[in-house]
Design a protein around this ligand. Structure first.
Ligand code: URA
Length: 237
């Protein structure tokens, strides 16, 4: 890969800015100063330094975000803030995108990556990757709802959902629940509760496959996946 492309890809600025950096003599490949933007580097084998600091090249980025409400799960929007807008520039430079969508008012686990293959694996309907949500429900969620979700409920458009696993955490005029589903239809959790005459008043995703939301992350915060999280996510699903 060309040195200017490599440095630009990992956040050292535009190709023009990188060209200036190279010209200044700040960049070395295997201890030899490189000024030519066309110089090729082997991103795995060559040692690249900028101002004496080692530069790590990587193609993919994997971020776990605790999505805040009020922000769109999209890469860009003319009017509204997106999850990409809240990334630091050094992460946004990798051009990650959200794996699946959470509604604007939904919070919680959102994976952002530029790894199309992993994204496809996790979203493919054939893979049945389980997603678990915590929700507060207006109305009393009952054993009948557990049975109905287990059997599959009919959504407003006539679609019958695959079995969902519903657990009641708090029962009352409003109820707290956890629901695990293996599909990702539009507004699925909200529509499943509508199908049994109830309304979701708060929704948060807490897991997707083996990936569990890190509760240390405040709303709008994110971090890279650990090697172990990534290994499990790639290996199992
Ligand atoms: N189901 C919903 O209704 N909304 C979400 O954001 C995710 C699942």
């Amino acid at each position: 890969m060309r040195i200017d492309k490599m440095l630009s890809n990992i956040g050292y600025g535009s190709r023009t800015e990188v060209k200036k950096l190279l010209k200044s003599g700040a960049v070395a490949v295997n201890e030899k100063v490189v000024k030519d933007p066309k110089e090729h580097v082997d991103t795995k084998a060559d040692r690249v330094t900028v101002q004496g600091e080692d530069v790590e090249y990587r193609e993919f980025i994997y971020l776990m975000m605790n999505k805040p409400p009020g922000v769109l799960s999209a890469t860009e929007d003319h009017y509204q803030e997106t999850v990409i807008d809240i990334l630091e520039p050094e992460d946004a430079v990798f051009q990650p995108f959200p794996v699946g969508r959470l509604d604007k008012d939904t919070e919680g686990l959102l994976l952002l990556t530029n790894d199309g293959q992993l994204s496809h694996q996790l979203l493919s309907p054939k893979k049945h990757v389980p997603k678990t949500y915590f929700a507060a429900i207006e109305g009393e969620v009952t054993e009948d709802d557990i049975e109905a979700f287990k059997a599959g409920v009919t959504l407003d458009d006539g679609y019958v959902t695959k079995p969902g696993e519903l657990a009641i955490l708090k029962q009352g005029l409003t109820s707290d629940i956890e629901l695990t589903i293996t599909e990702g239809k539009f507004h699925q959790v909200k529509r499943m509760f509508e199908a049994v005459g109830k309304r979701v008043i708060y929704l948060k995703r807490i897991s997707m496959g083996s990936l569990v939301l890190d509760e240390e992350l405040g709303l709008g915060q994110y971090r890279e996946l650990t090697d172990e999280e990534l290994r499990l996510l790639k290996g199992k699903e």
